[in-house]
Write a protein that binds this ligand. Sequence first.
Ligand SMILES: [Zn+2]
Ligand SMILES: [Zn+2]
Ligand SMILES: [Zn+2]
Ligand SMILES: [Zn+2]
Ligand SMILES: [Zn+2]
Ligand SMILES: [Zn+2]
Ligand SMILES: [Zn+2]
Length: 1624
Amino acid sequence: MHITKHKLSFYIFIVGHLQNIFMEHGLYLIGAAILRYLGEQVPLIYCLETEPQQGEEEQKVEQRLLYPLECFLFGEDPCVGLQKLQQYNSSSSAQQCGRVFKEGETVYSCRDCAIDPTCVLCIECFQKSVHKSHRYKMHASAGGGFCDCGDLEAWKSGPCCSQHDPGTSPFKELLTDHLAQMLFHLLLRYMTDMLVWKETYELSEELKVKEDTYFCVLYNDEHHSYDHVIYTLQRALACDQNQAQIYTALIDKEGRKAVKRGTLSSCFVLVTGCVVGLREVFCQVALEPAADNNQLCLISRLMLHDAKLYKGARKVVHELIFSSLLMDTEFKRQFAMKFTEHYKQLQEDFISDDHQRNISITALSVQIFTVPTLARQLIEEGSVIKVIIDTVMDMMMEHLDSNNRFQFQGHNPDKFFRVQVIFHDLRYILISKPSVWTETLRVKFLEGLRIFLHFLCCMQGMEEVKRQLGQHVEVEPEWEAGLTLQMQLRHILAMFQDWCSSDERVLLLAFQECHRALMSCTNQPFRSEPTDSYMCKQILHARPYKVSEEPVSIHLPISRLLAGLYVLLCQTGAIQYLPDFVDPLNFTELAEQPLRCVVLAAQVCADMWRRNGLSLVSQVYYYQDVKCRDEMFDKDVIMLQIAASKMDPNHFLMLVLLRFELFDIFNDNCSSKDQVILKQWNRLTEEMLYLIIIIAGERYVPGISHVTKEDVTMREVIHLLCIEPMAHSSLVKSLPENVRILTVISKVAIFKKPGVSGHGLYELKKECLEEFNPFFYHYSRPQHSKAEEAQKKRRTQEGSDKALRPPVPPPFCPAFSNIVYLLCCDIFIHILKRIFQKAAEDRSNRWTEPMIQRALHLVGQALLEEKTQLEGSSTEEVTFDFSLKAQKTGSRHGKSLFHFLTKMKSLPSLKAQNDMIMWNLQMFEVVKCLREKSGPCVVSVQSVQDKEKAERKRKAEAAKAHRQKIMAQMSAMQKNFIESNKMLYDNVPESSSQSDTAASVDRSPLSSSRVAVGPQQGVCSTDWEAQICILCQEEQEVQAQAPAMVLTACVQRSTVLTQNRGKTLSPKGTYPLFMPPDLAVGTHTGSCGHVMHATCWQKYFEAVQNTTRNRLHADLIIDLENGEYMCPLCKSLCNTVIPLIPVEPNTVSLIQIDLCVCVITDNNSEKAADEATALFDESQAEFRSILSFGVQESITEMLGVCANTVHRVGLQTAPNDLCPYVPVMSWNTCAYTIQATDNMLQEEGKPLFGSLQNRQLSGLKALVQFSAAQRLKSSQAVIQKHFADMLAVLVPVPNVENTPSILEVDFFHLLVGLDLSIPALYQEAAVDLQPSAVSSAYNHLYLLHLLTMAHMLQVLLASHGKHTHTLAGVTGFCVEGVKRGVLPFLRCAALFFNCLTGVPPPEELSGTTESPESQLHLLCSYLSLPSNLFQLFQDHRDVVTTLIKRYKSDINRMFCHLVFRYPHKRNRLIDLPEDYSVLLNQASHFKCPNSSDDERKHPTLCLLCGVMLCAQSPCCQEQLNGEEVGACTAHAAICGAGVGMFLRVRECEIVLMASKTRGSPYPAPYLDDYGETDPQLGRGNPLHLCPERYRKLLHMWQQHCVLEEIARSLEVLNVMFPFEWQML
Ligand SMILES: [Zn+2]
Ligand SMILES: [Zn+2]
Ligand SMILES: [Zn+2]
Ligand SMILES: [Zn+2]
Ligand SMILES: [Zn+2]
Ligand SMILES: [Zn+2]
Ligand SMILES: [Zn+2]
């Protein structure tokens, strides 16, 4: 509050004055005074400014409205008053958090403790609650709910977080109560009046506006697009687009412009939010019935006007309700009653509203209906079930046809969608079933159910279909609306049943109601009278009906509800009282409709309904799909099972045959030669057999057999895993909603952890396999065949037979036990016999293999049943006589079922079923033995032999399987290796002559000399072996006269090594000649190591450019303008080529060198002081030239191509091959790439030599050779000038100025530059001369010695930093520190000279075991340095003394700069927290630096530096090179030199970015307990960091593979609609 003391006293004066008025004239006058004040001030504040400055406006509100009112309320300084109140408050009763969620905010629920999934916590409460360690779930809020912390009814345990834990002492009455009551009343009235105000209303006297002020008001709706509004505004206001955009954004946020929301309520929010006492006062005011006109309380008026309000006002009103009325149990109840009272009106308003639901008052239902006690009260006192269903019914009226059934043809989907939302409310009300039933509750519940049944009646039999013959159906009938309705209802149906099951009386009455409702439905009447049908001496008296000819519907909610209730009756035992409630049931009648539906599905499957179009196919699909089946197909099966248990089994099967329209066929009364019809019959027979399998075998429903819900889930999971091992999420997706698998899964499956990619899998436990049923009724057709195949394959591998026998089912409950007699009745035997007979006689077209398979399964089921019964009781008691009937020879056909079965054994066309037939025959034996009670069954000789044979076979196959397994393992391991080493994996199909790694290369006879520098230098062998062009596959020697060969390469700027992240190179710096010691931005040149002819590459490159140009969005994948292409072999992204420089063999022998050595060393030790300057005029006797003559034109050309790319990319400038810095940039990229390589090796803990892949090493070698060749391309004067400038850092060089001090350069860059430019000194304008091998060796040696000493000094000075002002101070410095500091330089130098000279390094350097000390020793020997580096200073004492004097003069200058320590720190990605919710928490505190609105932000974390950015938002866009870009792109340009690696926190997704326009999503390195990532947090399981995956990301970045990864993923995605990555 920015109010001065002076003003404060003024307000207190006014308040005092007001209080005096109050004393004298009472409330009325003072109220009028305040209203007048408001009427004056509010328009002034909100309306006058055409373009309100946000801050200013808020300040005005604060000053002119809120503050005076607060003063009035407290009668003193409001700060003091509030504090007093809060003191009372801190000790007051239970508090709720009530934080209102914004859209996109992460909310938490607890799977263990939440009463239902709508109970959620805000992140702050969650972090402080006990649920943090439970199995929680997180998701993004849709906006508009609030935190349930402190709500005792929402949580089974831990209802409060530590912050909202209730105290004990009661709340004291406050003095300010009267005032508060009056003030709140006044303000709420004012607010309501103003919001609800229409022009026609007369305002109260005090509020009348004196002058005529009108405002043009634009209202927001969801119909007009952003662009449309912008366009209209531009036209209407004649403003520019930017202005229009600003307006539009405001309109979208607030809902209207020019008139702002009644911000007064924010004062309420403030007050009610923190003070319980005032809240109570406020609630009373809001709910008290108004004295005047219509008796509506203020809150009702606001509610009823909700749909007429604009967006911003709604938000405020809702927030007000959240923070006041809903925070208190009693007021919540009162409010809920009001809400229910107006429910219908509110929903009607919502339906015709044009806003989304989350900003409608109706969305409040979730807050009140889900509270169990409240829901019960609302049912009992408000008849809320009835109210809700009545509301739905009213709205659906328009869809009713003349038969009072729904018909959705031509409905309005948007409106229909809004109607559906009402079903959510019904679900909320029913969420928790009552533990205690009162008589009122029973009455009200049944009243609700009756209305609900009335609604279902309109669905029963709706959208009938009739089979189309001849012509295809013209208009696809509407089906989606009906099924959507069904999906909405399934939960409600389940809940109604659940409620019923908890009270016997309710259950019985509900069944009665439901039965009555079903009987009243006159849909689908029979058209003719019953007739008699005969089969096997049985007579069925039934009405004829044909699914294929008469209308049929798949919507039978009442039949299915009845089936559900019947099972509940059986389960609870209440079935015994049923006769008291309903007349005897006619089961034939009850089964009729479900049977028709099943037959319809079968006929669709048999292709009989093809002409009815896709609409019907979709309906049948959903009928059996996991989303609908539990209240559709499953219940139909139950109804059929009920009928089967009550009807005579023969009659039941005859009815099934009749409805399947197969009766005549099995009665031999009809035949056909038409192939199509025969095929249909066969398919129908298959389906019918399948139905019998299901009716007799599917018993996993509580009530049908003694199973628990857990058993049911377990069985579902087992069958899913029988198809294949599955990830947790796909398992969950394949199961019905609300099914919990967590407790079950560990019992049936083993978890297999994921690798660096992929996800965790569940594999079925061995012992569960015997429960596998190939005819599991929830398998879809493809699932069925996949599972069958998988299980057969498994059995073959195990060496067992391939018979997929039926599992032993749990026994039926008594009420259903009669079903099993289906499996031994005459008609059953008859059906099977006919089928087997056709097969045995091999009458093709009359049987199919699936038919036999099903029939064999049924025989198996029957035999298993008989076996179980025989084992359970004595033979005499067992009435199940399948085996006897099967072996009895019949009268008409003469032969028995058993006979045909035996015959089928030898049938070649049934070879695949042979194992199953054998198993069935064995089962017959077993049952026979049991019947004869001849002890444990004696297996016949035949089967013993079979068994032996099988055993041998099994052993042979087991051995084979074992071999196969080992092979598979090996190939998997290989694959894994490639997978995990993708970036390193060398897939060049080049000659095998190349050995694996560099260690074993170059084993020449002279390998004894492992010194790369100086006179002791070993033999140089930088020779290229013959290479194979990956394009034309021809082998090619790399020689000066041969066609040029090139290597793919990718040049990019890099900050991987920076010691100063976020720093960009300053334009006035000395780069590129001198790399600053912080290595802020370097140029990296990577290569995948694939070699081509230069001409082949050029052809390929041009072709790619031409074809890619025509591809859609090709520019997103590769940047053609900048010469990008993909490696033809490995598809990695490249933007240039490195030529392979041919090398002349080294002709200088060691002896020659030795001869020279004495001479030169003596010479040099004398005049070492000016050794370097002497080099200028030194002339040597021997000259050798390479390269400069007769080199293929194309090599020079390629040199130019590569050098220009490096120059252009590295300096981000236009291409310019005349720029003097072209060679410098080549040296720089050479140095930087070597440093990056060394960095990577150290990070991975790998030895310097021997661990690089061949292709990496050849890339490096090519790069060094290429850089070395640069001096030949440029003018010698330029190179000589560069050399002189560089040398000036170390020794005084005449005519060179502005040289940086030794603390301002990176010495390795300097080494490479000096070493590669020194040969230029041997050249003069006309003569092209080269240093001899000997002088080259000495040049290298002396440069290295000099640089090493200077670098040691640099390390020493740097380590002492600002504390040392004289060199004297450094003497005490730790020797080890210097050694450690110099090591990286020496490692890089070793790599460099290795690539330059090809001299093999000491073998020990290839070992990982070397300690840093011995490494130093080895490096020194390889580089021809004394093993005690300090010896150098001794050896060159004279030079050093002079030089140190020179450096000393620099020292003061030096320390002005930031000094970096050596060795440099190694850059990693930032540390991420183990628990993802910590990150979410961080993100929730994120505030956008550029805007203060409360819109949803996308906090995005830079993984390189850890900064949190505001992505994808116009508020944080920045200009980059004159282009508007998002915060991430702008940040990446600085932080990663264009490369970015971000974590989008709310989406839990990594975004890789490169070069402004390109990016790709990448899975975040967070996994849930099931080894799966969760992009967009769709599943919301707790997530934990996977270090391996994070490491993989680090490597990708360190190895400069980000760009490549992006190109690769874009290539795979093949985007249709490009994402604008630059706006991120
Ligand atoms: Zn909270
Ligand atoms: Zn809390
Ligand atoms: Zn919990
Ligand atoms: Zn070629
Ligand atoms: Zn490649
Ligand atoms: Zn960053
Ligand atoms: Zn922002």
